[in-house]
Design a protein around this ligand. Structure first.
Ligand code: APR
Ligand code: MG
Length: 221
């Protein structure tokens, strides 16, 4: 469930809260997929150590560093580049869903701060190259991924991407920011989300069938 937005000041004043900052790095592109389908924008996300998709960034302690300096430190570990992020790049702060903040209900609440930074296409490509030699590559970050924003005739593109599993608030941060920055239209997003729900329902069926088949094989052994 989406949680209430907090102002940056309100978030920083929360007693005992933990803070995590993540950023959407993106650019415009004229590149065509298969020579005909406009890719429109490159948006960087990552496949994380826990099998979830997320944005680059991580935990920040505001008593030791500013939110933005902490985010830049996280980017240097995860992308291999200490990319400066500014207060003006801030998009949104909110409480993370309870399940992603910690392992126990008595642990401090987590506030996630989200940023977006527009770059040149060549800078984004350079970041993708640098990420393969970053400290966290192959450890906390299994690889950078681009978000497919288009919809193909057979339904491929944004809808199947949204049906994956995401860390914390990352899926709503992605959807909200796509709209906020006019990178997709409300109609495109609505259709992709509707299609994504159908994909998730059929994935659940497929998983149940795989489980049943694994159980049947186990009984035969
Ligand atoms: N993208 C990624 N994570 C997000 C996002 C997002 N858009 N929004 C919220 N989160 C949540 C994650 O679910 C996680 O609980 O923020 C929290 C911290 O973010 P990470 O990127 O996982 O933190 P990082 O500092 O990079 O380090 C990960 O923390 O959980 C431990 O043991 C784990 O060593 C690992 C470290
Ligand atoms: Mg991280």
């Amino acid at each position: 469930m989406a949680s209430r937005q907090l102002s940056r000041a309100e978030a920083l004043a929360c007693p005992g809260c933990m803070h995590a900052c993540h950023v959407m790095l993106y650019c415009d592109t004229k590149t065509l997929l298969f020579g005909s389908l406009p890719i429109r924008h490159i948006i960087l996300m990552q496949m994380r150590f826990d099998g979830l998709l997320g944005f680059p960034g991580g935990f920040v302690n505001p008593s030791e560093e500013s939110l933005e300096a902490g985010l830049t430190r996280e980017l240097s570990e995860e992308l291999g580049v200490a990319l400066p992020i500014l207060e003006e790049d801030h998009v949104d702060s909110r409480y993370a869903p309870a399940s992603s903040s910690s392992s126990s209900s008595s642990s401090p609440r987590l506030i996630t701060h989200f940023y977006a930074k527009k770059m040149e296409e060549e800078q984004i490509r350079e970041l993708e190259r640098a990420a393969t030699t970053a400290t966290d590559h192959g450890q906390e970050v299994l690889g950078m991924v681009r978000v497919p924003l288009y919809t193909m005739k057979g339904g491929g593109g944004l809808a199947p991407f949204l049906s994956h599993s995401f860390a914390g608030n990352a899926r709503s941060q992605l959807a909200d920011t796509l709209l906020h920055l006019h990178l997709v239209s409300p109609e495109e997003l609505r259709e992709a989300v509707a299609c994504s729900l159908k994909i998730q329902a059929s994935a659940a069926e497929e998983l149940r069938a795989s489980l049943a088949s694994a159980e049947a094989k186990r009984k035969l052994l």
